[in-house]
Design a protein around this ligand. Structure first.
Ligand code: ZN
Ligand code: ZN
Length: 359
């Protein structure tokens, strides 16, 4: 038994077994599997024919109580049946929740809407709170029936437009290629003609230097003409793009003027400042010991910064000023009293926060 289980696990063909009639892809290479989007149980085509030809019937998979119809069976698109199911659900949700960004006044509203759509999709996919979710889904469908229809036809129009644009662009590209090919042939023909002309002139006894010079002048003129044509072409294309024949479309919110307040910069310390309350740190001090240390190469070579020493020394000197021993003693006594314990604790916590940074 364990060997059998093992073999079904390793052999990819063994997984292609119809759970109803047990025929395998190995025995019958033409075996085709179908699924029904009601319960997503997989079975072979002949089983579907046999069981569901005479109308709706219960799913033959053990433990499944769904009633299935033959016309709903279809080929599986994705190998993973969970993916197949999720894609179906997403399609179904997207058909009803098809509002567009242009319908919203602010990005916040649009994002809230998208969030709601994703919530519903997630619940349906993972079968969470199905009843409530179905109700929300139905409510949206009822409330927005007209808008849904409008947006659906709009989307269809856009798709058709897009397809047309694509076709036009392909046609344009084809014409450009043809043009380039034609030009190349023309060029080759002209080069051949020029060569023949030159030979003929040399035969007639013209000065070779003169002929060479003339040829160079003709070539230069041709090149300039070509460049001019290319410039004209690119100008035309730019004008086309300006007139909106380009496929690039910018979409956005309905009310584009509604500017949101810029968000305040993030304050990682929650308003805590590092300014010193009791002293100000100077850039330099006249104390001789400090000046000596500053001049001493042995000290400065190691990267020692005099400012870090003065800063720390001042901090240590003034630290005590933020601590009121008498107040603390009173608070400690209060803490020992059983009454109003929680409020006292809160007060102590508040003063603690203040004392954390006395400067
Ligand atoms: Zn079968
Ligand atoms: Zn089933």
């Amino acid at each position: 038994m364990s060997r059998l289980a093992h073999s079904t696990h390793t052999d990819p063909l063994a997984t292609e077994v119809c759970p109803v009639c047990k025929s395998t892809k190995y025995m019958n290479p033409n075996l085709k599997f179908l699924v029904n989007p009601v319960c997503y149980h997989k079975m072979c085509e002949s089983c579907v024919d046999r069981i569901f030809s005479h109308g709706p019937a219960p799913c033959p998979i053990k433990g499944c109580s769904e009633t299935l119809r033959k016309n709903r069976f279809r080929r599986q698109t994705f190998e993973d049946i969970q993916v197949e199911r999720e894609v179906d659900i997403r399609k179904k949700v997207a058909k009803v929740f098809n509002r567009r960004e242009e319908e919203f006044d602010s990005l916040r509203e649009y994002n809230d809407y998208l969030n709601e759509v994703e919530d519903i999709t997630f619940n349906l996919v993972h079968k969470i709170d199905i009843e409530n979710t179905e109700r929300r889904f139905q409510k949206h469908e009822d409330d927005w029936r007209e808008a849904i229809k409008e947006n659906a036809s709009l989307a269809q129009q856009e798709q058709m437009q897009y397809a047309e644009q694509q076709k036009a662009e392909r046609e344009k590209a084809r014409r450009r290629r043809e043009e380039a090919r034609r030009e190349e042939i023309e060029e080759r023909r002209e080069a051949e003609a020029t060569r023949k002309d030159m030979l003929r002139r040399l035969e007639n006894g013209q000065d070779p230097e003169e002929v060479k010079k003339e040829r160079a002048a003709v070539q230069l003129k041709k090149r300039l003409n070509k460049q001019e044509a290319a410039d004209r072409q690119s100008q035309l294309q730019a004008a086309d793009a300006r007139n909106g024949s380009s496929s690039f479309v910018i979409k956005g919110l309905k009310n584009k003027k509604a500017k949101l307040e810029p968000e305040a910069p993030v304050d990682p310390f929650g308003g805590l400042t590092f300014e010193h309350r009791y002293f100000a740190l100077q850039g330099d001090y006249v104390w001789e010991g400090l000046q000596e240390a500053k001049r001493d190469v042995l000290i400065s070579a190691g990267g020692y910064d005099i400012a870090s020493f003065t800063g720390r020394a001042l901090c240590e000197a003034f630290s005590g000023l933020g601590v009121m021993v008498a107040d603390e003693a009173v608070e400690r006594e209060k803490l020992q009293e059983p009454e109003g314990l929680s409020t006292t604790r809160a007060e102590v916590a508040a003063t603690d926060v203040k004392m954390e940074d006395p400067f």
